[in-house]
Design a protein. Sequence first.
Length: 197
Amino acid sequence: MRYTGPKHKRARREGMNILEKASQSLDRRLNIPPGIHGKRRARKLSEYGVQLREKQKLKRIYGLNEKQFKKYVILSQKKKTNTEDALIENLETRLDNIIYRLGFGKTRAQARQMVAHKHVTVNGGKVNIPSYAVREGDIITIAEKFMKDDIKERLEDITPPDFLEREDFKGKVVRKPASGDVTNPINYQLVIEFYSR
């Protein structure tokens, strides 16, 4: 079941801003864990605890539930390429993430909603599955109702990562994403080790 509670609480639990937008009220409390005893000194985490926190951070950045996220890790481990690169590729090529990276959606949650409500086409066909795996060469377009001047102004301030190209309200996947394209402050090796226990 998807989490619909306070996002600030989750960000404070992870000690980092996972909201994909600036928030002064969150920045002030980011180092204080949520809850009535949040200000007490935190206990030192075990090796398992450190791995768990990294896994939770990455899972929450992409807005996935445990079942979905675990599936991506297992698929990545089965590939013959580097597991970390395979995991990044699996997460970054989700359609909702591509919409977010292109700047069409302010957040991944908004991008997911745009896909779910059939406002996105891939190679000319409507796709309403946020987890749809976009391939190299695919062309992504958003519905005309989103082609407004205010969004165009926002797009001018957003530069897509190198594996994507954008022209007006159309985007293209030019190659597979690599670890250098992602700026998430996550130790992917710890995430992989968590599922290798």
